[in-house]
Design a protein around this ligand. Structure first.
Ligand code: COA
Length: 261
């Protein structure tokens, strides 16, 4: 299955599906085509007995994923933006709901949608150069792939709001102290450490693993209403002048100047 994927590099190592986001020249930004391939791989993981767990990581030394692909935002109408958000939410919720453990091996920038992808994974392990952030407010948007819902659950409301409202980057060490990541490793050790954690899980009873994941997901389940509100808010933001300014400013590599319109 994975061999034909082009925006993902996929291999199965002893029951661990290692999915590498593979657009290093664009810092593995999540465009629609890549998200579609990711969705296919997750569906495959649901149905295949050959997959016992998943690691998601990024190619290159610089990024896990630097967000949704901003170049696909430029002509986005509000209703299309809402739909885009809903499509992303659906894929990420499939990851969150999977009853096979999923680790995000965060090997660099995890920003915007890239950070939200890591948040949808069950566990995050970071290399020491990792940087986490939600820059959407710099673009006139808000996190639209479940980030407004999952981040406060993981690090608490105050820190989550600080991250979203400042758009500041958080280092791997701070992320560790906040409980955002389970461990920090060197870049070389990141994959081996992620594999070792999954292999340790695999020594336990398979049904226990499955049921623990199912129940823990239920404990933190976000209601459909709040996901829908996030998508609607994403669409609302996409109808503003500030959104156009934010996207143009990014493409032109300058600072945005917002007017509140
Ligand atoms: N969407 C589309 N392209 C992106 C991207 C994104 N989210 N993030 C990075 N890229 C592209 C850049 O446009 C650049 O392409 P180019 O070489 O054709 O100009 C390439 O990836 C390398 O990025 P660059 O900005 O030159 O690297 P940098 O080291 O100077 O900065 C970041 C790294 C992560 C700080 C910067 O790329 C960034 O701020 N990215 C956007 C993050 C963001 O706002 N994400 C949220 C989206 S909702």
């Amino acid at each position: 299955m994975g061999e034909i994927a082009s925006l993902l590099d996929v291999r199965n190592e002893g029951g661990i599906l290692i999915i590498t986001l593979n657009r290093p020249d664009k810092l593995n930004a999540l465009n629609r085509a890549l998200l579609k391939e990711l969705d296919e791989q997750i569906e495959f993981a649901y149905s295949s007995d050959a997959v016992k767990g998943i690691i998601i990581t990024g190619s290159g030394a610089k990024a896990f994923a630097a967000g949704a692909d901003i170049s696909e935002f430029s002509a986005l109408q509000p209703h299309e933006a809402q739909l885009l958000s809903q499509e992303g939410q659906l894929i990420f919720e499939k990851i969150d709901k999977l009853t096979k453990p999923v680790i995000a091996a965060v090997n660099g920038f995890a920003l915007g949608g890239g950070f939200e992808l890591a948040l949808a994974c069950h566990i995050r392990i970071a290399s020491d150069n990792a940087k986490f952030g939600l820059p959407e407010s710099t673009l006139g948007l808000l996190p639209g792939y479940g980030g407004t819902q999952r981040l406060p659950q993981i690090i608490g409301k105050g820190r989550a709001l600080e991250m979203m409202l400042t758009a500041d980057h958080t280092t791997a060490q701070t992320a560790l102290s906040w409980g955002l990541v389970n461990a920090v490793t060197t870049q070389e050790e990141l994959l081996p450490a992620s594999i070792a954690m999954l292999q340790k899980f695999f020594t336990k009873a398979p049904t226990s693993i499955q049921e623990i994941l199912r129940c823990t997901h239920l404990a933190l389940e976000t209601s459909g209403t709040s996901f829908l509100q996030e998508s609607k808010s994403f669409g609302r933001c996409a109808g503003t002048e500030d959104f156009k300014e934010g996207v143009h400013a990014f493409m032109e590599k300058r600072k945005a100047s917002f007017t509140g319109k």
